[in-house]
Design a protein around this ligand. Sequence first.
Ligand code: SAM
Length: 271
Amino acid sequence: MTDAECVAFLQWALPRLDMRWAGFRKVRRQVCRRIGRRLRELGLPDTTAYRQILARNADEWRFLDSACRITISRFYRDRGVFDALGAIVIPALARAAHARGAHALACLSLGCASGEEPYSVKLLWELGCAGEGDGLALRVTGIDAHPVMLERARRGCFHPGSLKDLPESWRSRAFERADDEWCLRPEFRRGVAFVEGDVRAALPAGPFDLVLCRNLVFTYFADSLQRRILAQLHAHMHAGAALVVGIHESLAGDSTGFRPWDGARCTYRRL
Ligand SMILES: C[S@@+](CC[C@H](N)C(=O)[O-])C[C@H]1O[C@@H](n2cnc3c(N)ncnc32)[C@H](O)[C@@H]1O
């Protein structure tokens, strides 16, 4: 399958999956490879024949949906965002939690991949926010639709490349080397839980103080679906809670119920 054929196919199929082509433009190779493999498995000559299969088989749409999951992640991705979380946002959330007499700060990571993002919040809490969380526990929930990614997340072992943005001292404090991987020590996994689920169907029960929704909803999903999930996130968050999006994402035209967080990139305060 040529790139042009794959692009034409994705531009036709993605809106039918409630996704947007613009989000896939740069990462399409991964998806095109999977679709090419699928055509070979089904013995089909081209995407025209594949469209005919899709026209009469709802299960094939489910396969295509899962083939469109982009799973790239790493620890402390977009350092500046995490630095601001540690310096500005988490201290404010901790003060608010203390003020309402809470015992824990609840964090949600949507599309958590192999756990790099939820574990980064845990590392930040333990190693980058000294004193701020005194008397408070941190509970982090990661949700992802991909069972293999979640299995890796629960195992807690990672290739060195995925740790390259972490402060060096944190890596030696929080991980131990096991062959060619780095495995999180048990104390840095405590309070971090993973659930398998489709964020389009349901979100874990809140209310949450901190929600990371990066490089999924606001990149790949259609505008109407973005708006629906944003409204659900709003309903799952405390007033004053923080919503963090990816560095190439914004709530743009529809930030109803949220306001940019002063001094913290990519972060919004839930009104
Ligand atoms: C590009 S990764 C982003 C990981 C992390 N949030 C980050 O920014 O580094 C997107 C993740 O979302 C997951 N995903 C895709 N569609 C999903 C859905 N409908 N519900 C839940 N997770 C989904 C994928 O399996 C993948 O692990």
